[in-house]
Design a protein around this ligand. Structure first.
Ligand code: SF4
Ligand code: SF4
Length: 175
């Protein structure tokens, strides 16, 4: 009997060893890899994240002069490959791990970007932000001074192949 009382006293004096979660919020560690999201102010619509996502959760599609980057993280494995390859830091894995929801629409993040049209055939083929980034990185200084656009950067893939023979890059599909 005494040993039982002694045991109960030891247990009562012992500090708490578990968290009160979910009764109280429990912040994830700083380097925790949770729900990914896209910063619409930074995304240039390059498609690098879509190309490397193993379960193919990121889609880039076009309608007229709008290009939409859509992330549906419902089956995300939190591998962070999308974050690693994003050239502008727009794709980020947050520390949010509470993703249960009654509405599947809550799993979707969309960014809409304006596209520019091919100077030859008029087909929208690249986002404005993407074109600006390419110009900033590859436009020769003399062209920058004259505010001229290199021909390869003003043509869609089909017209580029036809007019210059350059085969790099691909268009973002409409529809
Ligand atoms: S974290 Fe991995 S699985 Fe999730 S959206 Fe990014 S690339 Fe895809
Ligand atoms: S890699 Fe980054 S910039 Fe490119 S489409 Fe994805 S989120 Fe946008």
């Amino acid at each position: 009997m005494i040993s039982k009382i002694k045991e109960a006293l030891i247990c009562l004096r012992a500090p708490r060893v578990t968290f009160r979660y979910p009764l109280e919020p429990m912040p994830a560690p700083a380097r925790f890899r949770g729900r990914p999201t896209i910063d619409g102010a930074k995304c240039i619509g390059c498609g690098a994240c879509a190309a490397v996502c193993p379960p193919r959760l990121i889609d880039i599609h076009g309608e007229g002069t709008t290009r939409t980057v859509e992330l549906n993280f419902s089956r995300c494995t939190y591998c962070a490959r999308c974050q690693e390859v994003c050239p502008v830091g727009a794709m980020q894995c947050t520390t949010d791990f509470e993703t249960a929801t009654n509405d599947r629409a809550n799993y979707s993040v969309k960014v809409e970007l304006a596209a520019v049209a091919c100077q030859s055939c008029g087909t929208p083929f690249i986002t404005q932000r993407m074109q600006q980034k390419l110009m900033a990185e590859f436009q020769p200084a003399w062209m920058q001074q004259r505010n001229e656009l290199p021909e390869w950067l003003s043509l869609c893939q089909s017209c580029r192949v036809e007019k210059t023979g350059m085969t790099m890059g691909r268009n973002i599909k409409n529809g």
